[in-house]
Ligand binder design. Structure first.
Ligand code: GTP
Ligand code: MG
Length: 442
C-alpha cells in the first residue's frame, strides 16, 4: 500500500528561491516570493532565507546557469538547509538534477500548494480531489531521490529514508503502476461525487431559491463573510486555503427575501492547473450559482491583481460572466481614504465592508436585496380561498406588499422571484397577467 509522505516531519530548514528572467519581472517576482514565504509558513516549515535571482542565461537542466545553481546550493548548505523551494515551476528532470546535486529535497510552488491542500483536506471529497492532484504531480517524478510516494512498512528500501535510486527499473515500474491505479480509482470515485452533487442540485432546483457563491482570493475573508451573514461556523483564520470544502447556508435578508449562500475554495496566483481540474466538482458550486459575491481584501497592495487572478480562474470555469457583486473587505485596515477611493473606482458600485467592525454590512444586505429584486416580478392577484398554498408561497419566497378581502377572494399585490411567476398566471389581474391569458382589458 502506498501512502503520501508528510513533508513537515522531514524538513528542518528551507531556502526559498524565486528566479526571474527579465528586469520588468522583478517586482512581480518579489511579490510572488513573499507569497511563497506565506505558503511555506502555512505549511509549518522554518525558512532560513529567501533569495530573488535574476537569470540572464538559462540552462534547461538547472533553470539557470550551472555556476549560479552551484552558488545557491552552497548558500543553502552554509545556512544548514535541508530543503530548497522554488517559486518557479520545475520540470521533473530539473527537480531531480537539483536534488542530486544538492543532496536536499527540492520542491516547487505547485508542490507547496498541493501539500497545503493535502494538510487542509478533511472531507472525503476534498481528500479525493487533493489525492488526485498530488498523484498526477508525482507520477512523472517517481524517480526523484525524494519522492512523494514512499513504501509504508515492509518491503525493501521503505520507511522514511529517501527512496534509493538505482533500485532498478522494476521497482519504479511497480510504483508507476500503483500510482496510475490510484489515479484511476480517485477519478472514478470523483465521478460518483459529481453525480451526487448533481442530484443535490436538482433537489434544490425543485424548490429553487436564488443562489449566490462567495468567491475570491485566498484569505480575503470569504468564510468570515458567510459566518457573519448566516451564523455558520466555517473555520476562518489568517492562513492560506483555510477552506477547501463548500458550505451552503440559507440567508434571510432584512426585507424578507431569501437566498442560499455558498462559501468556496480561495484562489491564488499560479494556482496549479491540476488543482482546478481536480476540484471541478467542488468549484462547480460557483459555476452553478445564480450570481457571485466576489470578496477582495482591500488592504493588500495587490488587490487588483488578486481580483484579476480570481477572474481568470472563474473564466476557466466558465463563470466569469455571471452577475457579480464586488465586496471590498477589510477596509478597517485601509486608513488612507484616497487609496480606498482609487481602488473603488475600478469597480461598479462595490460594497465597502469591514467584517471586523461591521461597517458596510447594511449596504451589503441592501445591494443583495436589489440584486434579487432584479429577478423578482410584481404581481396583482385575485386568489380564491382554495389557493391558500399560493399565499403561503408568497410569504415564504416573495414579499407581500398589500392584501384585502373581496368576497371570498384575496386581492394581493406582491413581488415574487421570477421563476415562480407561472404558478400565479391564472390568478393575475394586472395588465400583463390579463394579456397573457389572451383576455383584452378595457
Ligand atoms: N482586519 C480584518 N480582518 C478580517 C476581515 N475579514 C476577515 N478578516 C480576517 O482575515 C482572515 C481570513 O479570513 P477567512 O474568512 O478565513 O478568509 P477566506 O477568504 O475564507 O480564506 P480561504 O478559505 O483561505 O480562501 C481571518 O483571520 C479573518 O479574521 C476584516 O474585515 N478586517
Ligand atoms: Mg475560507
Amino acid at each position: 500500500m502506498f501512502e503520501i509522505r508528510e513533508k513537515p516531519q522531514l524538513v528542518e530548514k528551507v531556502l526559498l528561491i524565486g528566479a526571474y528572467f527579465d528586469r520588468r519581472e522583478e517586482v512581480d517576482a518579489a511579490s510572488l516570493l513573499e507569497e511563497l514565504r506565506e505558503l511555506v509558513t502555512t505549511l509549518g516549515l522554518p525558512i532560513a532565507d529567501a533569495i530573488l535571482v535574476r537569470v540572464s542565461e538559462g540552462n534547461a537542466r538547472y533553470l539557470m546557469g550551472k555556476g549560479k545553481a552551484k552558488e545557491l546550493i552552497d548558500l543553502a548548505k552554509s545556512l544548514g538547509c535541508d530543503c530548497i523551494i522554488f517559486d518557479n515551476p520545475l520540470t521533473p528532470v530539473q527537480q531531480r538534477i537539483w536534488e542530486e546535486d544538492s543532496g536536499m529535497a527540492v520542491i516547487d510552488r505547485e508542490e507547496v500548494i498541493l501539500d497545503i491542500f493535502n494538510m487542509r483536506a478533511k472531507t472525503r471529497e476534498a481528500r479525493l480531489q487533493v489525492d488526485l492532484a498530488r498523484m498526477t504531480y508525482s507520477l512523472p517524478r517517481l524517480s526523484r531521490m525524494w519522492g512523494h510516494l514512499d513504501r509504508q512498512g515492509g518491503g525493501g528500501g521503505g520507511g522514511s529514508s529517501p527512496a534509493a535510486r538505482g533500485e532498478g527499473e522494476s521497482q519504479l515500474e511497480i510504483d508507476r503502476r500503483l500510482a496510475r491505479k490510484r489515479i484511476d480509482i480517485a477519478k472514478r470515485e470523483l465521478i460518483e461525487v459529481k453525480t451526487r452533487r448533481e442530484t443535490q442540485r436538482k433537489e434544490r432546483m425543485r424548490d429553487p431559491m436564488p443562489h449566490g457563491a462567495i468567491v475570491g482570493y485566498t484569505n480575503a475573508g470569504k468564510s468570515t463573510l458567510l459566518n457573519a451573514l448566516t451564523g455558520a461556523d466555517v473555520l476562518a483564520e489568517n492562513k492560506l486555503f483555510a477552506t477547501l470544502d463548500t458550505t451552503t447556508r440559507k440567508l434571510q435578508l432584512p426585507d424578507g427575501q431569501q437566498l442560499l449562500v455558498t462559501d468556496t475554495v480561495g484562489f491564488i496566483r499560479k494556482l496549479p492547473h491540476r488543482l482546478v481540474e481536480s476540484f471541478k466538482a467542488t468549484l462547480e458550486e460557483a459555476t452553478m450559482a445564480d450570481f457571485l459575491i466576489h470578496v477582495i481584501d482591500a488592504s493588500g497592495p495587490r488587490a487588483l491583481e488578486f481580483y484579476e487572478t480570481t477572474m481568470a480562474v472563474l473564466n476557466e470555469l466558465g463563470a466569469d460572466t455571471k452577475k457579480m457583486l464586488v465586496v471590498l473587505n477589510k477596509i478597517d485596515l485601509v486608513p488612507d481614504q484616497t487609496k480606498l477611493q482609487e481602488l473603488t473606482s475600478h469597480f461598479h458600485n462595490p460594497v465597502l465592508l469591514s467584517l471586523r467592525t461591521g461597517e458596510g454590512m447594511d449596504d451589503l444586505m441592501h445591494k443583495l436585496s436589489v440584486m434579487l429584486l432584479d429577478k423578482a416580478v410584481r404581481l396583482q392577484l385575485r386568489l380564491p380561498q382554495a389557493r391558500m398554498d399560493l399565499v403561503a408561497l408568497i410569504h415564504r419566497e416573495g414579499k407581500l406588499i398589500s392584501q384585502e378581502y373581496d368576497d371570498n377572494d384575496l386581492l394581493i399585490t406582491t413581488t415574487v422571484p421570477k421563476r415562480w411567476e407561472s404558478k400565479f398566471t391564472p390568478y393575475r389581474v394586472d395588465e400583463a397577467g390579463v394579456a397573457s391569458l389572451g383576455i383584452r382589458s378595457c
